[in-house]
Ligand binder design. Structure first.
Ligand SMILES: [Zn+2]
Length: 533
């Protein structure tokens, strides 16, 4: 049996301190439930004293039945010169109604004297009293030693004294924090080894990513004996973020032979990563290791033909192990093997003659300015259309976009769309904050009447690139659109000398693709009616 490493997620507390991330109570409850299903051991929900929203989270979380995870309330040690039982922040943890508390305290002598303005002895008493108070309330107490590694460098004896104070008072875990995120892996390893000689309580690691080493430092700490790792989904967090659990967990499980999640759960990692980005309204980084959209994307023809014969040639793990997928990118660098692989993914049959004509077709489109690397969905539609495997679900009779700007007034945009679906004609008009948005609204309104599921999709990104800058306004533009529904996202492309036409083309592809996927899903369900979905 693989040795267990406990996973402590702090996406909701440390992660939500990242710039541009703001989570409502509802968002936090959703993320916590998903993390619980994934099988993490601890979910730090927030700091109930510092933030009323966090207290509300804990009160509402009591109504949820948690399968695996223990909810944790965060706080700090008592104030200097005050009794723990009278400290509002410790009392708030008690009121949060959780079974586990994490409190942080100072390990660095400089912080004690300069920031807290108290004595080294009083700081030790603050740590001991605060831990003991919460233990007396029947809580499991995790002690986060803030700035431990920097403190250990400055004054190792005192830094170790602070840990001993927490251990003696009954802390279940001592977690060593690289709060400033500037340590190197070998420094971490050495310090953790020393701590383990000095204290009997199990040790954890909390690393920040300022030196781009949070994951490496976490793994080094585990090598030296830490058995709890703290981090966030997608590495969200203050400044450069926390250790990314989406990298920490697969490294620990797949490379180092530890067990982090219940068996089989690692295969849901990509889904959870994208779900959390979605809720936090953050565009996922394509090049994020393990779970990123490009993590298993192969472009060059030589790579692709090799990876198809033997995945180990260009993949460090199987993408399925973390729930990701291999993607073969089509571009003018790509050869027939990329195309074959792509067609196979879509269940299309290609003969050599068809293959050649499709590659020619793609090269011609790329010459005109199309780029399919970032537009998988448009590529799929192109392949299906050229192989005759595509059933048109609707036809556009016309589209009209108007922009009106009168002196002293705001510009108004309006679009009119006329579609034919079977023998039904749908005619709609809609306004928008710009012509593309108006066209999107009008097209969506028309399609929703016949295909209600289209309601769940939305555009999440819109990019315009001018292709031939020498030509000024007559230059071609390429529009890339990203759309999403739930956890799926897809990209489409349009090219024209007219920005509205290019946008319309990408928009249309996006909707056609959404309908294609919905149709495929329905066919799959019809083929296997007993399967739960
Ligand atoms: Zn932190």
């Amino acid at each position: 049996m693989a040795e267990k490493i406990l996973i402590y997620d702090t996406t909701l507390r440390d992660g939500s301190q990242g710039e541009g991330i703001s989570l409502s109570v509802e968002d936090k409850l959703k993320i916590a439930s998903r993390l619980d299903r994934l099988g993490v051991d601890y979910i730090e929900g927030g700091w109930p004293w510092a933030n009323p929203k966090d207290m509300e989270f804990f009160l509402r979380a009591r109504e949820v039945i948690w399968r695996q995870a223990r909810l944790v309330a965060f706080g700090r040690t008592r104030k200097p010169g005050q009794a723990a039982a009278e400290d509002a922040n410790l009392l708030a943890i008690k009121r949060a109604g959780v079974k586990v508390a994490t409190i942080f305290g100072k390990s660095w002598d400089l912080h004690v004297t300069a920031a807290l303005g108290t004595t080294l002895a009083e700081n030790l008493a603050m740590i001991g009293d605060s831990v003991a108070f919460l233990v007396d309330q029947g809580l499991e107490v995790i002690y986060d030693a803030e700035h431990f590694f920097d403190g250990f460098k400055a004054n190792p004896d005192y830094a170790l004294e602070t840990l001993k104070a927490a251990a003696k008072a009954g802390a279940s875990w001592i977690v060593l924090c690289d709060t400033n995120g500037g340590c190197l892996p070998w420094e971490i390893e050495e310090a953790v080894a020393r701590v383990r000689q000095e204290i009997q309580v199990p040790v954890g690691i909390h690393a920040h990513n300022d030196g781009d080493l949070a994951v490496a430092n976490t793994l080094a700490a585990v090598t030296a004996g830490c058995r709890q790792v703290q981090g966030t989904i997608n590495g969200f967090g203050e400044r450069c973020g926390n250790a990314d659990l989406c990298s920490v967990m697969p490294n620990l499980e797949l490379k180092m032979g530890y067990q982090c999640l219940p068996p089989g759960q690692l295969a849901f990692l990509t889904e959870v990563s994208r779900y959390v980005s979605e809720i936090a309204n953050v565009v996922p980084a394509g090049n994020q290791p393990f779970v990123g959209y490009s993590a298993f994307a192969h472009k060059g023809g030589i790579h692709v033909s090799a990876v198809l014969k033997a995945p180990d040639t260009y993949e460090h793990i199987r993408p399925q192990q973390v729930g990701n997928e291999r993607r073969v990118l089509m571009s003018d660098q790509a050869g027939a093997s990329n195309l074959r692989c792509k067609a196979e993914e879509m269940g299309l049959e290609l003969n050599p003659e068809r293959e050649r004509s499709i590659i020619e077709g793609i090269k011609e489109l790329e010459r005109q300015g199309y780029q399919f690397e970032g537009a998988d969905a448009s590529l799929e539609l192109f392949l299906r259309k050229t192989t005759g495997e595509y059933r048109q679900q609707f036809e556009v009779e016309y589209v009209k976009a108007l922009v009106e700007k009168r002196a002293g007034q705001e510009a108004i945009s309006e679009a009119i769309v006329k579609l034919r679906v079977g023998d039904q004609v749908v005619h709609t008009a809609a306004e928008g904050n710009g012509p593309v948005n108006a066209m999107d609204n009008a097209l969506r309104k028309a399609l929703e009447e016949v295909f209600p599921a289209i309601r769940h999709m939305r555009l999440t990104d819109y990019k315009v690139r001018v292709l031939d800058e020498k030509d000024a306004t007559s230059a071609r533009v390429r529009v890339l659109i990203e759309s999403r529904d739930g956890s799926n996202s897809w990209n489409t492309v349009g090219v024209s000398t007219n920005i509205i036409e290019a946008s319309w083309e990408a928009l249309l592809d996006s909707m056609e693709y959404a309908l294609l996927k919905q149709q495929q899903e329905l066919n799959k369900r019809a083929a296997a009616p007993g399967e739960p979905y």
